[in-house]
Design a protein around this ligand. Structure first.
Ligand code: SF4
Length: 346
């Protein structure tokens, strides 16, 4: 008989499971707290459960978390990338970035991705499968445990690794709610950011959930033809609809929406395009995060010069768009999502 993995179950689900096994309700919370708050993976360590019960649970359930199969650390010590493998052999990447404001981690929501963005390594082998809430939580716990060893913790989470989180909606929402629960990590919703390529119906759905997480939308171009070339999903959900959904999200949650914009030399970084971007976002509760691209040799794409980056940033800023330029982190360890996993797939 295959044992059921309970890592990623909510308190409600655990309570229903214990009640169905003829146990009192309060055992559900005890198990949740051992598993999430104390990080226990073995029922024998759940000391306030009777010994017979611990043995019985170990015969029915398992607390399964992934193994680390590879790790890369940047020379400056600020970025660490982990390849984690689940029990079915599927591997995903999770990244720790030591930012001035704390420990930020980047979590994958799918193994691979089928969105086909032209600049992204995660999509090269398509999507293997969605990750469960427990598998996303297990990535978080893996890094949090590593940090706990040195007296630190995960401070902020971005769901921005491999995968399009809004096409794995229910699992991602369950993961976000679990992060917030008092019996789990008790994280504030404001410390969580979800990044999407622009799955319009699910942006509206997310806005109605009443969980004020930060939303980040990959825009990368200020007009439809170029955006469709960079991001094929634009043919299904065109740019204006995406920005309108982003505006709705900002109005509903009072959170500033961030538009991600990869800067590619000679492709989307001229001043006319900066003008179009200003027109598109004028008057919105929004900011733009410019990300100078890591060169993509197969496509002949290069990072713009500092002058071009500064000119683009300066134009947005002078026209009252809040703008940041992403600092490069972990360039020496292939920080772009999907590259470590692809190396193992080869
Ligand atoms: S950028 Fe994100 S949505 Fe696009 S292919 Fe990569 S992982 Fe998928």
């Amino acid at each position: 008989m295959e044992l059921e993995n309970i890592f990623g179950k909510t308190l409600l689900e655990l309570t229903e499971m214990v009640v169905a096994s003829g146990l009192p309700k309060f055992r559900g919370r005890q198990i949740a707290e051992w598993m999430y708050k104390k990080g226990v993976r073995d029922f024998s360590q759940m000391k306030n459960l009777p010994r017979e019960l611990r043995e019985r649970l170990a015969n029915e359930w398992v607390i399964s978390r992934p193994n680390k199969v590879d790790e890369l650390n940047s020379a400056d010590g600020k970025t660490s990338k982990f390849l984690l493998e689940f029990s079915d052999g599927v591997g995903v990447e999770a990244v720790l970035m030591r930012q001035p404001y704390g420990n930020s981690i980047c979590i994958s929501s799918q193994a691979g991705c089928n969105m086909g963005c032209a600049f992204c390594a995660s999509t090269l082998h398509g999507m293997v499968r969605n990750l469960t809430a427990g598998e996303m939580l297990a990535q978080t716990f893996y890094i949090n445990d590593r940090l706990r060893e040195i007296g630190e913790k995960v401070d902020t989470i971005v769901i921005m690794g491999s995968g399009e989180p809004l096409t794995n909606y229910d699992n991602v929402l369950k993961y976000i709610r679990l992060l917030h629960e008092d019996y789990c990590l008790g994280m504030s919703y404001r410390s969580i950011t979800l990044s999407t390529s622009g799955i319009v119906p699910n942006i509206y759905r997310l806005a109605a959930e009443e969980i004020p997480i930060n939303l980040s939308i990959s825009l990368h171009a200020p007009e439809n033809n170029l955006r469709s070339m960079l991001m094929p999903i634009n043919k299904k959900y065109p740019m204006d609809d995406v920005v309108k959904a982003g505006e709705d999200y900002g109005n509903a949650t009072h959170r500033r929406v961030t538009y991600e914009y990869i800067l590619i030399d000679g492709v989307n970084d001229n001043i006319k395009q900066a003008q179009e971007l200003v027109e598109l976002l004028k008057g919105q509760l929004a900011s733009v995060n410019l990300i100078p691209i890591n060169p993509v040799a197969e496509r002949g794409w290069n990072r713009p010069s500092s002058e071009r980056i500064n000119a683009f940033e300066g134009y947005l800023s002078r026209h009252h768009i809040t703008v940041t330029v992403r600092r490069e982190m972990g360039k020496d360890i292939q920080a772009a999502c999907g590259q470590l996993r692809n190396r193992h797939l080869k």
